[in-house]
Design a protein around this ligand. Structure first.
Ligand SMILES: *Cc1c(COP(=O)(O)O)cnc(C)c1O
Length: 364
């Protein structure tokens, strides 16, 4: 059954991105290595950074593998990482720190609030050993968009390592990696670049990466080793997801054809505003009041009605849309993503399906 994915990734891709996978490519071939190098170069330009100061490392696996690769490869024995948490993905960073026995502290705020720079300043005063900050940009748990600027400036002023999980935002909203002086930014193939799942990528400041050679706690997720090998001629250390790489290469061309990140951001923003406005008219309220991001929205279950998510989900799926269950700890929500090959017409059609559902499901 064909449907549009209104999820934060994997998401709906174009036919041409899927078509790019209809080739079985050799990984040793020069042509393939050139594709890898082109991807790395294009990611640097999307990040707005120079290849002298920054590099890109592609890593097999889903987005979490990329985050774990960074954490387990760059946090050294004398480091102390402060992790900002306001959702499940921040908590996942904490789990990784625990598993690798990385010295860390946690700064947690409610899932509908964003981390505050003033609070971080206080933590730094009390814990002078802190040498780095890790945070999520778009917390996909709720759809909230955390603010990077002030925390980035604080990290820079205090010479702290700055790690950003920009999984569900990179490519879908302008992020000036160089101005923010982000040391390690992680994203993946199947989110706002609109490729298919299979690898993650890290935009890394070369100086920081070089300093951290030999810190890795695993072999397969060793960021430095992967960098060293890839840097030579574009070869991945172990088997690479060839079809995914070809699809991603095509997806990057399509991002360019759309007009770049800003244009894509405007499309996502238009989709998101339309979605929230029309859902509001139907009586569905968003969980996030302030700092709602343009990628995914959490809606509260409708009040005073016998709302059954599984039933709702099936109805939507039968009518061509797949949405996401909620992930908020305190309240019942469902989530609707508006990224991927999705346009305002799709949102209009979705809202009609939901309106129709409300009529059939609540009459009795
Ligand atoms: C999608 C996502 C990840 C990675 O999730 P995977 O399932 O491992 O791809 C990490 N952080 C955020 C904020 C995400 O949205």
């Amino acid at each position: 059954m064909e449907y549009k994915l209104l999820t934060p990734g994997p998401l709906t891709t174009t036919r041409s991105v899927k078509q790019a996978m209809m080739v079985d490519h050799c990984t040793w071939d020069q042509e393939y290595k050139t594709i890898t190098q082109e991807i790395r170069q294009k990611l640097l330009s999307l990040a707005g950074v120079s290849s002298e100061e920054y590099t890109t490392i592609l890593m097999q696996g889903s987005g979490s593998f990329g985050v774990e690769s960074v954490l387990s490869s760059v946090i050294g024995p004398s480091d102390h990482l402060l992790v900002c948490v306001n959702g499940a993905y921040g908590r996942r960073i904490v789990s990784m720190c625990e598993r690798h026995h990385l010295t860390h502290s946690v700064y947690e705020v409610a899932e509908d609030e964003i981390p505050q720079v003033t609070a971080i300043e206080k933590i730094l005063e009390n814990e002078p050993t802190i040498s780095g900050i890790a945070m999520v940009h778009s917390e996909t748990t709720s759809g909230i968009l955390n603010e990077l600027e002030e925390i980035a400036a604080l990290a820079k002023d205090n010479e702290l390592l700055f790690i950003v999980d920009a999984m569900s935002s990179f490519g879908g909203i302008p992020i000036d990696v160089s101005a923010l002086s982000i040391d390690f930014l992680i994203s993946s193939s199947n989110k706002c670049i609109q490729g298919v799942p299979g690898f993650s990528f890290t935009v890394a400041k070369r100086e920081q990466l070089e300093k951290r050679k030999g810190f890795a706690r695993t072999v397969s997720l060793d960021l430095y080793d992967q960098y060293e090998t890839m840097e030579k001629d574009g070869k991945w250390r172990f088997t690479s997801p060839t079809h995914t790489v070809l699809a991603f290469h095509q997806a990057l061309k399509e991002l360019e054809a759309e007009g770049g990140i800003y244009q894509r951001y405007m499309r996502y923003l238009t989709n998101n505003r339309l979605l929230r406005q029309k859902m509001g008219e139907l009586g569905y309220h968003p969980f996030i009041q302030q700092h709602q991001g343009p990628f995914i929205t959490s809606f509260l279950y409708p009040e005073q009605r016998s709302f059954n998510f599984a039933h709702f989900y099936q109805h939507l799926k039968q009518n061509g849309f797949v949405i996401y269950p909620g992930k908020i700890s305190s309240v019942d929500c469902f989530r609707i993503g508006n990224i991927g090959e999705i346009y305002p017409e799709d949102i209009d059609r979705l809202v009609k399906v939901i309106e129709n559902y409300s009529e059939v499901a609540y009459v009795s």
